[in-house]
Design a binder for this molecule. Sequence first.
Ligand code: SF4
Length: 431
Amino acid sequence: MSDEPVVSLSDVAVHFEKEQGFVESLFDDPDTVGAVDGVSLDIYENDVVALVGESGCGKTTLGKTAIGVQRPTGGSVTYRGQDVWEAKAGGGEIPYEKIRRSLQIIHQDPGSALNPNRTVMRTLTAPLKRWQPDMSTEDRRARVLRMVERVGMEPPEDYANRYPHQLSGGEKQRVALVRALLMNPDLILADEAVSALDVSLRVEMMDLMLELQSQFDTSFLFISHNLSNARYLAEKSGGRVGIMYLGELVEIGPAEEVLGDPQHPYTEVLRWATADLEPEAGVEEPPVRTIDVPDPVNPPSGCRFHTRCPSVIPPAETDISQALYSEIMDLRNAVAKRTLRIDESAARDAEVARLREEFFDESLTEPHRERIDRALASVVDGSWDAASEALREDYESICERRHPVLAEERHPTACHLYDDGESAEPSVADD
Ligand code: SF4
């Protein structure tokens, strides 16, 4: 593997307006959705990176940005050192046409990516005609037939004359793969490329992609919501798994490290949710405080996972158990969102006691009881903002104050459990 990245993303951000176009800053405009924020990633020759995360976490947007299909609103994307968007505008040393050929994509739904009125042969010879106009018709046809055979579609002459509706889902995906490979690409973005296939076909297709990846010296950026697929691809190829949460890359490293011994608490959640990754025996509850994913339009400050993280870090000077601190943080979220239900007909002290018991499993020791009761009394009085502010003053976590950056521990992880807090970036809460 070369030391120089083929594709390099540096501090990439992609923010969408709800309706159309782009805006400059997520935080300046509450109507934007932050698809991707501050992601840096190098992809090398013959490399495999599998990006995993829940739907809407920005992984597809990041993938499209890596291959120059999506323009970043911040940061840069380079191909062999050349800024992709500078090349697209006609500048730089590497022509954009070369970059475009070198960065290919396979979509989740190969059916929609193939022209229903074209035979496989026509679909596959078209790009060769465009990019290698000097190649003779016979050579083009021979090359296509060789490739069709290579991906296991035999006899190739028969498949070459078929239309997409005469192919199975797996066969369509193979045609899409051949079409990408015919360009001799440096990088193929495979966006949920095996998700639509029957389970029995997935492994076969993943094996085929990896086989061709090494034969063609191509790198793959796989996008998947399925941790098992990501692990299979990355483990088998010696590649990396990257975990994304709410638009950020929070952990990346070798599959066996990231999934065998996760560092980021969110990776633990994904691992728990993937039955065949053998979650620890006896752990029946997901390792997360709430399953509600925050609104990406208004992501939490600091670490975006802090509203759900069971390991959220208590203030240094506070003597408190992790369990109690998690409950207090949940109370803070409820007060901030004003979701506590108040019985206005009840006596104030009784209502404070009821709310306290509703929220906390065990009886509170001092000084927590006094602080919590004071805040709950403000809530009962209708002073939600005052309660929220008092709780923040007493219980603010570094996790909500400072934005963690990917820090090298065993492998890069963006979590204050693995940095000294000082190297982390101030979040908007600090501004
Ligand atoms: S920074 Fe804090 S909230 Fe975020 S994952 Fe780490 S411990 Fe949890």
